[in-house]
Write a protein of this length. Structure first.
Length: 397
């Protein structure tokens, strides 16, 4: 297999509508950053830490967007805050609900750009799949999102704002003074939407720190999974600075095939990636690394591939779970889904070797919300199958 696909896309910044307000948005600021802006805008330094704690709880624990509702602050201080600050999250443009209950949101961020967010309800959890970039830095040839050029990174506020938006839609903000309800409709976050999270590390880190803060949204780090295509230098930082669970978009067992499917492999190959993963659980004390493996007919789904995958994981002694993902076809895709029998045979080889090998149930594919299908509605142009195959190095010409 040969490939001419680039490792990264050129960044295209296309602001269509700049924010009109000159007020500072408090959403997405770390506690330290919020303290700094409050002091710079007139809050006495001695009171600043207390004020941060109060405002933080109103925003992230109770979901309030209006300073007037922050009743443990004086009226004069609330009025002062309202003059200088806003509490702003991405705006929902549209919502589609699948037959299986999956919800796909198109949300608008500053500059008029749009990203997609997916909520997946299950019996024992509710998972929100959030985006970290508009478009994607990478050009994974099987991924619909990857056919859209990167526009820009999302800010920390735009990332955690997706969580807040979903809690709004699910009506899940607790009421001050009401009995505590431990049931969570939104119990898990996966950074598996549009973009490569580790190419936007600082914003992703700050957003997830806010989501994990015990005085706010208060999600355990074990309820957050970050999925990367293999940005090796940032994997250790993820363990140290976020400590969440890690999923790796693996998808191939030889460099020759992975170079085509996940072109970042040409920068950090399988061996370099596995070496980085081997030390991750020790640092972050996480349980297992999830290997995501999309099943592509005749490309990466042989018995030999399954045995090679096991050999890679065992050689590096990586605690692992292998998530097998039936390929979700999209218009112009150059690949086909492996047959159910082939997927089951592949899964059985992995299971017999002692590793969990769940076959992911496809959710939301009737609304193009399934894995690899996310693509902003702002990017309407459909490439032809020949164009995509040529860019992925799959065409015979």
């Amino acid at each position: 297999m040969t490939t001419s696909a680039p490792v990264t896309q050129d960044v295209m910044t296309i602001p269509r509508k700049l924010p009109e307000s000159d007020k500072i948005n408090l959403v997405g600021l770390t506690r330290d950053a919020m303290r700094t802006v409050l002091i710079e805008n007139g809050t006495p330094e001695k009171q600043a830490k207390m004020r941060v704690g109060q405002i933080w709880q109103w925003i992230y624990q109770w979901g309030k967007r209006d300073f007037a509702e922050m009743t443990n602050l004086s009226k004069a201080y609330r009025a002062d805050l309202a003059e200088k600050f806003v509490i702003q999250i991405p705006e929902v443009v549209s919502k589609l609900v699948s037959e299986d209950g999956t919800r796909k949101y198109l949300v608008r961020i500053a500059g008029g750009h749009e990203v997609e967010v997916v909520y997946i309800p299950e019996d024992d959890r509710g998972t929100l799949c959030i985006s970290s970039q508009v478009g994607c830095t990478l050009t994974c040839s099987f991924c619909h999102t990857g056919t859209q050029k990167l526009v820009r990174n999302l800010t920390a506020g735009e990332i955690v704002g997706q969580v807040m938006m979903a809690r709004d839609d699910l009506d899940e903000w607790p009421v001050p003074g009401a009995p505590k309800d431990e049931t969570r409709l939104l119990s898990n976050i996966v950074l598996m939407g549009m973009g490569e999270p580790l190419y936007n590390f600082e914003n992703v880190r700050d957003a997830m720190k806010i989501a994990m803060d015990p005085e706010g949204i208060s999600l355990s780090r074990r309820r957050i999974t970050l999925s990367t295509s293999g940005v090796v230098p940032e994997i250790a930082r993820t363990a140290e600075e976020i400590g969440c669970l890690l999923a790796i978009s693996f998808h191939a067992t030889t460099d020759e095939t992975r170079d085509v499917l996940v072109p970042i492999n040409k920068r950090w190959n399988i061996e370099e990636l596995l070496a980085a993963l081997a030390s991750y659980p020790k640092v972050s004390n996480s349980e297992r690394i999830t290997f995501e493996y999309v099943m592509l007919d005749g490309v990466n789904d042989t018995d030999e591939d399954a045995h090679r995958l096991i050999e890679h994981i065992k050689r590096h002694n990586i605690p692992a779970k292998i998530n097998l993902i039936p390929f979700n076809e999209w218009p112009g895709s150059p690949y086909k889904r492996s047959s159910n029998n082939r997927i089951r045979a592949f899964a059985n080889i992995i299971y017999q070797a002692g590793y969990a090998s769940p076959i992911r149930k496809t959710r939301g594919d009737d609304i193009m919300a399934a894995c690899g299908q996310l693509k902003s509605a702002t990017e309407r142009a459909r490439k032809s199958r020949k164009q995509i195959e040529a860019e992925a190095g799959l065409s015979s010409s």
